[in-house]
Design a binder for this molecule. Structure first.
Ligand code: PHE
Length: 348
């Protein structure tokens, strides 16, 4: 290659190379330009290789020019690479953009069912007094549900009309949590202080105040020297914890086969304080059944009825929840309507 031709080649290559680099639209195109203009097979490399055959003077001059051209192309390559890289990053950022000003999607947290809230509150009042939680099966046998509770064979509760029997003879869906009294005393000796929350079943037409499935909390205390005044004091403490410190408790005689004496317990209304209003009617809210554990029940469980006495009580959770939340139809608790259930968010 003669020096003049080499010089022209270098000049042309510089010009074409700079243009190609400027026009490269992607990093791939840029790399192709680098190979084309500075790679081993590029005209620039060819000139470089031919320098050895030139005169020292021409070699020096063309060597300098070749270096100049390479430096110019290298600079242009680096600058264009930086540009293309920045652009690629911009594009990535744009396509990945998150609009942080959009309102967030609020998760809708679940909440406890009002019956759960009330049941736990009732149970907690008693566990704070030292009671323990006891449980029993929802499918009960005749002994625990009736016989041991001193419910005689001809008692109306035993008929198909009032109880829900299952196909296995002698088994039924428990009609009251009082069955857990028996199970507890069979399992342990005195003293006993338990509360038993749970579901119970009755063959009853469903309406605003009745259901065939509902919940009760049972209480049982058996010890030496327990008297009726202990029962009353306990229920008073309970009523005040649940409905406020001003509450009074009223006991009227009532009959349950497994207690003697037995009482129907009412609490002075927390809204009108006993005057009478739309929640209570006559100033009193009937809340539970209670009484002194019948000696026969103690004996049925192997307890010495001469030495030990006790009291028992039982209340409906739905009833407490209706009064507490001013709900006038029990069925609302079971419909699963979110608009109803939402009102109890955060109530626990
Ligand atoms: N088990 C009774 C009912 O379901 C309530 C009760 C419990 C009464 C304990 C007295 C003692 O109505």
């Amino acid at each position: 290659m003669d020096p003049e031709q080499a010089r022209r080649t270098l000049e042309t290559e510089r010009e074409r190379g700079l243009r190609a680099i400027a026009e490269a639209a992607s990093l791939e195109e840029l790399e192709r330009a680098r190979v084309a203009f500075l790679g081993r097979r590029s005209p620039w490399s060819e000139v470089q290789r031919s320098l050895g055959s030139l005169s020292p003077e021409a070699r020096r001059e063309l060597g300098r020019l070749a270096n100049e051209v390479k430096a110019a192309l290298d600079d242009a390559l680096a600058a264009r690479r930086a540009e293309l890289e920045a652009r690629a990053e911009d594009e990535l950022l744009r396509s990945d953009r998150v609009d942080v000003t959009l309102p967030g999607r609020r998760p809708r947290p679940g909440s406890f069912h009002p019956l759960t809230i009330v049941q736990e509150e009732i149970v907690a009042i008693f566990t704070r007094m030292g009671y323990r939680v006891a449980e029993g099966p929802e499918i009960e046998d005749d002994w625990h549900n009736f016989e041991a509770l001193n419910i005689p064979p001809d008692h109306p509760a035993r008929t198909m009309k009032d109880s829900l029997y299952i196909d296995v003879p002698g088994l039924l869906l428990r009609t009251e949590t009082s069955a857990v009294q028996i199970r507890t005393m069979e399992q342990q000796g005195p003293p006993v202080y338990v509360v038993a929350p749970g579901r119970v079943y009755r063959r009853e037409a469903v309406d605003a105040t009745h259901g065939s499935v509902f919940h009760q909390v049972e209480g049982l205390a058996v010890d030496e020297g327990i008297s009726f005044s202990d029962l009353k004091g306990t229920l008073e403490a309970f009523a005040r914890a649940l409905f406020g410190p001003e509450r009074r408790v009223r006991l009227n005689p009532d009959y349950f086969p497994f207690v003697e004496p037995g009482a129907q317990v009412a609490v002075s209304c927390f809204l009108c304080d006993g005057v009478g209003c739309r929640v209570c009617g006559n100033g009193w809210i009937e809340l539970l059944g209670a009484g002194m554990v019948h000696p026969k029940v103690l004996e049925n469980c192997g307890y010495d009825a001469e030495r030990y006495t006790g009291f028992a009580f039982g209340m409906g959770v739905e009833r407490v929840a209706m009064v507490r939340y001013g709900v006038n139809d029990l069925r609302l608790f079971y419909d699963g309507d979110v608009r109803f259930l939402e009102r109890f968010e955060g109530a626990a």
